[in-house]
Write a protein that binds this ligand. Structure first.
Ligand code: ZN
Ligand code: ZN
Length: 374
């Protein structure tokens, strides 16, 4: 099912406006989040190229393998399709026809520099030798940055799915169970709670000293009394993601671990409380960081405070020092301060925040204090 039928046309119009302002003749997309955002179409990146051309001079054009044509059925906007067979010698012809229909000519077209591959680029260059293909990353990060009420609904749902999945596994956590076992149980509960199978990222389950590594992968380590146990996980709803972190303790916490948990909770609260329309993104980072620095743990908080979320698990706006970008209604991002004590353990608390005209909404609400498990 393609959600948000009515939205695609206005999204494509918005993209065309951004392109025109940047003096592009159009934008070219290959499979990925932006193509999904603009058309509702999802393809896997594979050896057969798929390219959509949104030209300001013509109707949208898509070049794709015949076997993907059925995905276009019922597309609620005009779209001219040029398909090719499994025989690679037919591909260049489809590109020629598609590029002609989109009136690419000698225009200057914007592409996603981190997404378009040499594969697609060569076919485009061959079909339109006089055209220019340049990075449009600067305008594209603005395209999806402010979420509509429909998108916010999906994001709240993705938060709710993630929260109920974690809640479901907590009673089974006791010493002896391994990080990998908990990660697979959490993944199963995410699916059961309604997440799309394509998760935003694989859950991080990190216990004891492993929790001091912000990007730890679940290991065969069995959790033990006194361990911190950190979950960083998320769900996907309509392609929109959630990204949360909570930290627990198995049995009784050493005094220093209990102390850093309180500091991180205060830093998370200060970051969330600072969020609002017109506030510079960096102000949230500064508010959270100040709490941790004042408590003497500044060096143990060595990453930025957050990142934008939406269709991507990492997108603009970035919540870091130096980003003076004012927050606007519809922007969504994480607030995730942490303190990491090498060889001992780490605490991170991550929430998902949406900016509204009259303030900020913290979409996640699982308890943030250091709860005891086991
Ligand atoms: Zn996370
Ligand atoms: Zn995150």
């Amino acid at each position: 099912m393609i959600p948000f039928h009515s939205a695609y046309h206005s999204r494509q119009t918005h993209a065309a406006q951004l392109a025109e302002q940047a003096q592009f003749s159009g934008l070219i997309f290959n499979p990925g989040r932006s193509l999904y955002y603009l058309t509702g179409l999802q393809f896997h990146l594979m050896e057969r190229p798929v390219v959509a051309i949104l030209s300001i001079h013509s109707e949208p054009v898509i070049i794709l393998p015949e076997l993907e044509m059925s995905k276009l059925t019922g597309a609620p906007y005009p779209l001219r399709a040029f398909s090719y067979s499994d025989d690679p010698s037919t591909w260049a012809k489809a590109f020629h026809s598609g590029v002609e229909a989109a009136q690419v000519g000698n225009g200057r077209f914007g592409v996603e520099s981190t997404s378009l591959r040499v594969l697609e680029l060569r076919y485009l260059e061959q079909a339109a030798p006089e055209a220019g293909f340049e990075s449009a990353d600067e305008i594209l990060c603005d395209l999806r940055i402010c979420k509509s009420p429909d998108e916010l609904w999906s994001m709240r749902k993705a938060v709710a799915i993630a929260q109920s999945a974690l809640t479901a596994i907590l009673p089974a956590i006791k010493p002896g169970v391994t990080e990998k076992e908990l990660a697979s149980e959490l993944t199963m509960q995410l699916l059961r709670a309604g997440s799309l199978p394509e998760m935003p990222f694989s859950p991080i389950v990190a216990s004891g000293p492993n929790s001091a590594n912000p990007h730890a992968a679940p290991s065969d380590r069995a959790i033990a009394p006194g361990d911190l146990l950190l979950f960083d996980w998320g769900a996907s709803c309509d392609g929109y993601i959630s990204d949360l972190t909570r930290t627990f303790v198995i049995g009784k916490a050493e005094p220093e671990l209990a102390k850093i948990a309180e500091i991180v909770q205060a830093a998370n609260a200060a970051g969330c409380a600072t969020a609002g329309p017109g506030v510079a993104a960096e102000a949230i980072d500064l508010a959270a960081r100040r709490i941790i620095e004042n408590a003497g743990y500044g060096k143990a908080f060595f990453h930025r405070t957050g990142h934008g979320i939406g269709l991507d698990a990492h997108e603009t706006p970035y919540i870091r020092q130096g980003n003076r970008q004012p927050l606007r209604p519809g922007m969504t991002f994480t607030v995730e301060p942490g303190i990491y004590l090498s060889g001992i353990g780490g605490v991170r608390i991550e929430d998902n925040v949406a900016i509204h005209a009259d303030g900020a909404e913290v979409m996640s609400n699982l308890p943030r204090s250091l709860e005891t498990l086991g």
